[in-house]
Design a protein around this ligand. Structure first.
Ligand code: SF4
Length: 264
């Protein structure tokens, strides 16, 4: 659907499905580097890192997890940690007292109820303290290869801007998107839409004039549509590639944008 068509007639269910598939393909082309931005070597590390990522950036979490996992490599080690020592390690991530308590409880539950191994089903994962559906989908998708949609704040904002759904409840959003995107793509689609939210379609000022989805997006115009101001809003190491892909002169992207700080 083009912007003109969007204004002219309501979109049919089939039309939406086709547009959604095209947008999903455009996201794949725009973000070939999309991946889980939390460093991890196994399911336990990813579970802990995801719990730690609340209210902070993935970059901050990645700074502390190598120290944390070197000191406490197993769920039993996490459960039996010296609280003050773990608090000191987790301090840079903020809310470190609460996070220490959560990680210790998580380790304990994994040991007591699952023999020290992170479980592999949604029902078991969400029974762990501090693990909600979003975290469980991150773990299923990235540690166990089970397709999962990770509906975080970027995901929610973007699918609403795409007018795929007006729902605000994450589970309802998950159900709508599950019908629009092929199951085998769920995990990578989640990474790509979150990358787009962090690098292009920002909460405050989306870079509409430098966005490769513009032609398919009914919210085009929410942010600046001229090339120069839009290019300045792009962020991340591939900001210049993103500009070029959208037909914008990559030289309009300032160096500071390429080295932009991590976005939560
Ligand atoms: S056109 Fe604008 S609102 Fe739509 S996805 Fe791109 S940046 Fe976001």
């Amino acid at each position: 659907m083009t912007r003109t068509q969007a204004a002219a007639a309501p979109e049919t269910a089939l039309g939406l499905k086709r547009r959604a598939r095209r947008m999903a393909r455009a996201l794949a082309e725009a973000h070939p580097d999309a991946h889980c931005e939390l460093d991890h070597k196994d399911a336990l590390q990813l579970t802990v890192a995801t719990v730690l990522s609340a209210q902070t950036t993935d970059k901050k979490v990645n700074e502390v997890t190598p120290i944390l996992f070197a000191r406490y490599p197993t769920a039993a080690d996490l459960a039996g940690a010296d609280r003050e020592e773990m608090e000191a390690i987790l301090k840079p991530t903020g809310f470190f007292r609460a996070k220490t308590a959560s990680v210790m409880k998580l380790g304990q539950a994994i040991v007591e109820r699952f023999g020290g191994e992170v479980p592999r089903t949604m029902a078991e994962l969400v029974s762990l303290p501090g693990v909600g559906r979003k975290t469980a989908n991150v773990i299923l998708g990235n540690a166990f290869g089970v397709p999962g949609l990770t509906v975080d704040t970027h995901f929610q904002r973007l699918v609403q801007r795409f007018r795929w759904t007006a729902e605000t409840d994450p589970v309802k959003i998950e159900n709508v998107v599950a019908e629009l995107v092929e199951k085998r793509d769920w995990t990578m689609f989640s990474h790509r839409i979150i990358f787009h939210g962090r690098r292009v379609c920002h909460a405050k000022k989306p870079a509409c004039g430098a966005c490769t989805l513009a032609r398919l997006c009914p919210s085009y115009g929410l942010g600046p549509t001229e090339a120069a101001p839009a290019a300045k809003l792009l962020k991340g190491p591939r900001a210049r590639d993103l500009a070029a892909a959208a037909g914008v002169d990559p030289d309009l992207v300032p160096a500071a944008a390429v080295a932009a700080p991590d976005v939560p």
